[in-house]
Design a protein around this ligand. Structure first.
Ligand code: F6P
Length: 409
């Protein structure tokens, strides 16, 4: 590659999305790329020509190590939907104008389903208008719902946080051994895909009985059956901990969180902002049974917890960024890097590339065969898939007792 490149981050952050930026940078430096730019706040910032030189932060190897241990999007993220091309050509021309101005040959975009739509739109525009610039997708999402790829960087670390924190919650909840249990409802992100909530199943082990029930959005949520289940658990156990997805919905399609608040906010992609499911259910249980309840919403903690990041996840996030640059250098465009599992024992994973058209805007659900028949648990199939992804740790560098992060000046 003779010219320069730019990398951007988009959508909900993860604990390891910065490792992908580190991977892009490392590969580009090996190839002798002139400048490695970072978009400030994704494509939205790029359209305003907001760029930084990564060299300013990463020339010193300590910078790379700190970046890998920094959660959230170091470059800044955005939730910006590219408009349809027809009638909005000026938006696309602006992107190419800025690329030409900085001699940028290739744009790398780390994100989930919606962000891959940006890669698709830009590569389609380039193809239709004979533009030489290339566009590569770098997978990232705690939701783990991108198709084709075996899994998505960001998922393993969020799953590790969920399994570990849930285990700690169970330990706490069972400490009183009360005659009447406290019912604890834990709400987990993931929108319409239950991958993250499924990670609650990983809390179970020889020292922990695990979650008492796990509700994924892949199944319609039956409020009566749920209440029956809770009452039965309360009669037979001294501690009850239940994991629910933020995206569980009742038969008429309404999310459970909408039952408490009809006016939920909607983002640029039309996604409803989901929150309050655990609080709603906990209150319902308290009202109907008189039992003590507790609602815990993991919220942003689960995607920002770099202090418990999975080393496997961190390494794979680095790898997809690195390999995206290698692929672009070979002339690939309009593609996303995928993770391909090619060994179980020991776990092994490589990468390849796939057409972005088959990936953008597609959500991959948890396979039905991994959900137990009663609809509120996961079987060994899921555990075999997910356990390797949470293995290993990358510890923070602690300064003054708290993790040190790399920040933009
Ligand atoms: O897509 C990642 C994700 O963390 C989802 O799991 C969640 O529903 C959403 O982002 C939350 O979005 P926001 O950060 O805009 O509240």
């Amino acid at each position: 590659m003779k010219g320069s490149i730019v990398v951007g981050q988009s959508g909900g952050p993860t604990a390891v999305i910065n490792s992908s930026v580190a991977g892009v940078y490392a590969a580009a430096k090996k190839l002798g790329v002139k400048h490695v730019y970072g978009m400030v706040h994704g494509i939205e910032g790029f359209l305003e020509d907001k760029l930084i030189e990564l060299e300013d932060y990463l020339e010193d190897p300590v910078g790379i190590e700190l970046l890998k241990r920094t959660p959230s999007a170091f470059l800044g993220s955005c939730r910006f939907k590219m408009p349809k091309i027809e009638g909005h050509e000026e938006v696309y021309e602006k992107v190419f104008e800025i690329m030409e101005k900085h001699d940028i040959e290739c744009l790398f975009y780390a994100g989930g389903n919606d962000s891959m739509d940006t890669v698709k739109m830009l590569s389609d525009y380039a193809a239709a208008h004979g533009k030489p610039q290339r566009f590569m997708g770098v997978p990232k999402t705690i939701d783990n719902d991108l198709p084709v790829t075996d899994h998505c960087p960001g998922y393993g670390s969020a799953a590790k946080y969920i399994a570990s924190s849930l285990k700690e919650i169970i330990r706490d909840n069972e400490s009183f051994g009360a005659k009447k249990p406290t019912i604890c409802i834990v709400e987990i992100m993931g929108r319409n895909a239950g991958w993250l909530t499924a990670a609650a199943a990983l809390a179970k082990g020889e020292d922990c009985s695990g979650a008492d029930a796990i509700y994924l959005p892949e199944r319609v949520f039956d409020m009566d059956a749920f209440m029956e289940k809770v009452k039965h658990l309360a009669e037979t156990k001294s501690s009850v901990v239940i994991a629910v997805s933020e995206g569980i919905h009742i038969a008429d399609g309404r999310y459970v969180c909408e039952l408490a608040n009809e006016n939920v906010a909607v983002d640029a992609f039309g996604h409803k902002q989901m929150s309050g499911t655990a609080a709603y259910l906990a209150q319902l249980i308290a009202d109907e049974t008189g039992l003590k309840t507790r609602a815990i919403e993991f919220s942003t903690l689960q995607r920002a917890a770099s202090h418990i990041a999975s080393l496997t996840d961190t390494n794979e996030a680095f790898q997809v960024g690195h390999d995206a640059v290698i692929a672009a250098n070979e002339g690939k465009t309009g593609m996303m890097i995928t993770l391909d599992r090619n060994g179980e024992d020991p776990y092994q994973c490589g990468t390849s590339v796939y057409d972005i058209h088959a990936i953008a805007n597609v959500e991959r659900p948890v396979p039905a065969e991994w959900i137990t028949e009663d609809g509120c648990g996961l079987n060994e199939g899921y555990e075999e898939y997910a356990r390797p992804l949470i293995m290993g740790e990358l510890f923070p560098i602690f300064v003054n007792g708290v993790p040190q992060h790399l920040v933009r000046k």
